[in-house]
Design a protein around this ligand. Sequence first.
Ligand code: ATP
Length: 339
Amino acid sequence: MPRICVIPGDGVGPEVIDACLDVLFVLDLNIQFEKDIVGIQEFKKSGSYMTTETLDSAQNADAILFGTLTTPSDPAYVSPLLLLRWNLELYANVRPVKCLNPEFCMVPLDIVIIRENTEGLYGAVEREIDDKIITERVISQKACKRIIDFAFNYAVENNRKQVSCIHKANVLRASDEMFRNMFYGVGVNFAFYNKIRSNDYYVDAAAMHLVLNPENFDMIVTLNLYGDILSDEAAGLVGGLGFAPSANIGENNFLFEPVHGSAPDIAGKGIANPTAAILSASMMLDHLGFGDKADLIRETLVDIYADKENWTVDVGGKCGTKEFTSRLIKEIENKQASL
Ligand code: ATP
């Protein structure tokens, strides 16, 4: 039986993860869930941002279902999410962005952003020299090759037709040019054997085209910071962060989490949209071999968003987290009963 390490985290994390667990429960899956506590409250209590027991539990699980974290300005605190990404080498961040209802989408996006997850500026190594602060940005050949291979293989497995490389090689002529060159080196074979097109954009132009010409994109592969920013932009185009799921993939470990943060402005109010977390749980079900159940969740989400009465607060509706989740569950149960 697969074992899932569940880490709700801070802010809206526990609210949206509870919603996920309620939905997973009605699917009657043979899965074991184990909750682990990390986050700011635990740090205040014990001084530890992640115990070795939690790290072991995450490392040995078949998948990790992760909520959200608040990152305090205290320099003694290291984000447990970044620790997991580094320690478990979760190198590929997969962020599908899909419009569930044209009424709250600005553009009809259906794209997948693949973000390099281990390098770039996220090492946060900074040093001060005189009046300057120098920030390290590491881009290695190994990580570029690994993420580009991953993106093209994902395209083949998921029947995608085009991968776009997003970079800033006109300014960063060593690092980003290397990334672009490696992309076309790998892309040649995929174009030949799998008919997958490849092209590239500067990141600033890509940000504009996402809004004006979304049909230009099918899949994007990009470096860490560009991927972080573009995926929030893309989420904004399909209703906001409440609709953006993600998977963090490594060789042996797999973590699923909503793209959004802990949303302190709405935490505890019962109005967080759990859709991003539920879609992340669906990606987890795909990974665990329960693709039919994952499809059932996704289809039911589209169905219930078709009725404005079911809309969540972030898209102008009245449903809070619990109300929305119970409506979704009811519809899933109806569908299961009619199968
Ligand atoms: P972080 O630094 O962790 O990314 P943040 O505060 O910068 O945190 P988010 O927490 O992602 O970013 O929130 C950005 C905005 O999106 C906030 O206004 C928040 O309320 C809103 N938001 C985020 N998640 C949700 C959600 N699930 N439902 C509704 N609104 C959300």
